[in-house]
Design a protein around this ligand. Structure first.
Ligand code: PAF
Length: 293
């Protein structure tokens, strides 16, 4: 059974003796764990001796009117799942412990990347992720930390944070875990009604279809802007409200214009990234591919 700590000082004290001999992994989460999180813990166990999972619904990454209050908090069930997968420690601080002053006057801003994609509709989100992840890195001082590829922009920002702030931490990217019908697992999927849940896999299907089109001579003839617009329209027709749909380089630089799209077609690794509302749920997904045509 993992031991749960709510206080920073207690967790630091228990981790201190391990530091010289053993590798510590951090899996940061907001709790309400599903199979996607469990896969992160399994990956962490392969890279470290001691696995710490943080469960903290971080207020600073939620915007006004977002679901901070209603975000599901399920500590008992999460603890059972973490016991089953063999996590060693749980860090579940309350808001006062993490933020003696809220909002904190200190900020971590990762620059231009935070204004793109999700940052357009959630302008303060990545500052909140930046500060909480920095705090978790400083509290736990892990050797490795595992983040999911579903939140691809977040993963890119964390890698940048580690580079720019010289954290001695290896960042491990975990593949997206999907339901049998292709829907990427997410705590927010539970906001979907039964009907919406049937529609939800269409998001990944459309990203894959767009990927295939980008690789075809038909697609090249149509041009990127047309293909993006057609995909957006199909998602809208299926019932989604598209927040964004974009083709980016893997470093998330813009290549969203036809000329660059053509220039990129030489074994170039790109990612199709999308966020779309379906009822109350904002679904996030992506589809990486190598343009080879
Ligand atoms: O990906 C998440 O669940 C959160 O953004 C994270 C990294 C745990 C920070 O609160």
């Amino acid at each position: 059974m993992p031991i749960t700590y709510h206080e920073i000082s207690a967790l630091r004290a228990v981790l201190r003796p391990y530091r010289s001999q053993q590798r510590i992994a951090l899996v940061p989460t907001m709790g309400n764990l599903h199979k996607g999180h469990i896969a992160l813990v399994e990956l962490a166990k392969r890279h470290a001796d001691i696995v710490v999972v943080s469960l903290f619904v971080n207020p600073t990454q939620f915007g006004i009117g977002e679901d901070f209050e209603s975000y599901p908090r399920t500590l008992i069930k999460d603890t059972e799942l973490l016991a089953a997968v063999g996590a060693d420690y749980i860090f579940a601080p309350n808001v006062d412990e993490m933020y003696p002053v809220l909002p904190p006057p200190t900020s971590i801003n990762a620059g231009a990347i935070t204004t793109k994609l999700c940052g357009k509709s959630r302008p303060t989100h990545f500052d909140g992720v930046g500060i909480v992840v920095s705090k978790l890195f400083n509290i736990i001082q892990p050797d490795v930390a595992v983040f999911g590829q579903k939140d691809y922009q977040q993963l890119t920002i964390i890698k940048q944070l580690v580079r720019d702030l010289s954290y001695p931490i290896e960042i491990i990217a975990a593949p997206i875990v999907r339901a049998a019908d292709g829907l990427a697992l997410s705590s927010r999927n539970q906001y979907l009604t039964e009907d919406e849940r049937q529609i939800a896999p269409v998001l990944q299907q459309e990203l894959q279809r767009l990927g295939a089109q980008l690789q075809s001579s038909d697609g090249i003839a149509k041009g990127l802007e047309t293909l993006l617009a057609q995909t957006s329209q199909r998602l809208t027709d299926a019932g989604f409200v598209v927040d964004y749909l974009a083709l980016k380089s893997m470093s998330l630089e813009d290549i969203a214009d036809d000329q660059l799209y053509l220039l990129a077609r030489d074994n170039h690794d790109v990612i199709i990234a999308a966020a779309a509302w379906l009822g109350r749920a904002r679904l996030l997904d992506n589809y990486p591919l190598t343009l080879t045509l």
